[in-house]
Design a protein around this ligand. Sequence first.
Ligand code: GLV
Ligand code: MG
Length: 318
Amino acid sequence: MAAVGRPRRSCLAVPGSSVKMLGKAQGLPADQVFLDLEDAVAPLAKPDARKNIVAALNEGDWAGKTRVVRVNDLTTPWTYRDVVDVVEGAGANLDCVMLPKVQTAAQVHWLDLTLTQIEKALGLEVGRIGIEAQIENAAGLVNVDAIAAASPRVETIIFGPADFMASINMRSLVVGGLIPDYPGDPYHYILMRILMAARMHDKQAIDGPFLQIRDVDAFREVAKRSAALGFDGKWVLHPGQIDAANEVYQPAQADYDHAELILDAYEHYTSEAGGRLGAVMLGDEMIDEASRKMALVIAAKGRAAGMIRTSTFTPPAE
Ligand code: GLV
Ligand code: MG
């Protein structure tokens, strides 16, 4: 079954170098915020960004949001300092560390051990801080199963389309958009590969950014494609993309109602009182154990998103 965990329909990127945006993000309706130390922050601004992020995590009001910090990747000289400063400074107010451009399980092991060290040194609960693994190049995708399995801390596998496109020489500059010369969806394989690893290891699968931030209709189109496959959420780079992501990655009300109805009906009909039936009709539709599993996925996503059902199941009169 799909991993549900913390809701992550919308994952808002916030540059750690901008005190203003770190403040503004707190009032926005994103499920998750990730405070960035990587590509949105220039090398010379990284030390100050670490300080801004620690202060924002400790002093800000992030109620209702999953709090994540994206550190720099392990080919840079910055990763250990990012992790040590942020987790020592604000570990109690942090839910996950996002590791970009992950290429091997060993990189996740390094982060897992480093987090454990800091948690032990500070008396924090060991293992509470999760890991988000961003897949952004061929090595990461080829090793994605091992990366997903590398630590119980891993909560999400994230597609990073911009870096990925650059790393495989994809001939387009429109991140996440279709390419006119290619007759299919050029991201289909990558998304499916990430989704399979995520589902095999019970992690969430998160789609990456769409850079044309003023074109919300185009954002919606791209988001709908990964949502249709089963992705749990997508990055948002601008407040204007948040509502669209929240809507696209939660079930439609009619689907949520239908899923809850299937679950109630199936529970009734398989019970003693309902006749111990395995396959039954619900209106014009035949439902069985597989229908229950599909309904569970939709219902769990709807419940995690706080949806309220608008219909109830009434067993037929004897
Ligand atoms: C995000 O980090 C991307 O590279 O798309
Ligand atoms: Mg990237």
